[in-house]
Ligand binder design. Structure first.
Ligand code: FPP
Length: 241
């Protein structure tokens, strides 16, 4: 693709479902973990690329609630990878002025992982160029149930309850909804990711497996997004009135 990105029409927030690590590895006769290891290169390049382009929020679906049901060895390899990656890449975050944040039931993560994450969050908290949000032990249904529980606990009245109140109880409170959701590996599913927040997101699917995804692919997705007309339920005619 030769087109260039229109800097005046950037999505504020891009969310990515990083999929295909296992199949990428299997195709080469390797273990699934080999794919996850190579997925880290894609994470680094995409994060740096997003910051360079000027994206303000990037959310990566790194580990779902359902991923706990994978074989123990794969779960523990993914946790170790997360720990070592956060440790090594905090410098990349500092160099690129990126703040780290998480969404999900992170108290379920191994203690070592929680520690690495909170240290990196603390270290990067003054960074302003971009916020990188890692979705860990996260699912959209979990988040909605979690929000409803808090709402009941806080005794929000029937009369006061509204869309705006509900949003405040989501883990993405203070983060704009993603205008663009990317999923790699040719799968055309949402898989329980940001169910509330993607109500009007543009969906972009690519056949690239996650370990092969690079900033050029992110640029292609943004250019594709910029060619779409977002109508939010209005007609093309009433949109500009
Ligand atoms: C999906 O591929 C990928 C994951 C469940 C894990 C993603 C993790 C990484 C890219 C590495 C670490 C991440 C960070 C943020 C440091 P899959 O295993 O579902 O692949 P498949 O669909 O081909 O089986």
């Amino acid at each position: 693709m030769t087109e260039i990105i229109d800097k005046n029409n950037l999505p504020l927030h891009i969310a990515i479902t990083m999929d295909g690590n296992g199949r990428w590895a299997k195709k080469q006769g390797k273990l699934r973990v080999f794919g996850h290891n190579h997925g880290v290169k894609a994470v680094r390049d995409t994060v740096e690329g997003a910051a360079e382009i000027g994206i303000k929020y990037l959310t990566l679906f790194a580990f779902s609630t359902e991923n706990w049901n994978r074989p123990d060895a794969e779960v523990s390899a993914l946790m170790s990878l997360l720990i070592s990656t956060i440790h090594k890449e905090t410098k990349t975050l500092m160099d690129n002025d990126i703040k780290l944040a998480t969404i999900g039931s992170t108290s379920k993560l191994p203690k070592k992982c929680q520690k690495e994450l909170s240290e990196a969050i603390e270290k990067t908290k003054e960074n302003l160029s971009m916020t990188l949000i890692l979705a860990l032990s996260y699912s959209g249904k979990w988040e909605i149930i979690n929000a409803v529980k808090q709402i009941i606990k806080n005794k929000i009245s029937f009369e006061d309850f509204s869309e705006d109140i509900f949003k405040q109880y989501l883990t993405t409170n203070n983060v704009p909804d993603p205008e663009l959701l990317i999923r790699t590996s040719g799968e055309h599913r949402i898989s329980n990711f940001m169910l509330w927040q993607i109500a009007y997101s543009e969906l972009y699917f690519t056949d690239k497996m996650w370990p092969d995804f690079r900033r050029e692919d992110l640029k292609d997705a943004i250019i594709n997004y910029q060619q779409r007309e977002r109508r939010f339920g209005r007609t093309a005619k009433t949109l500009h009135e």
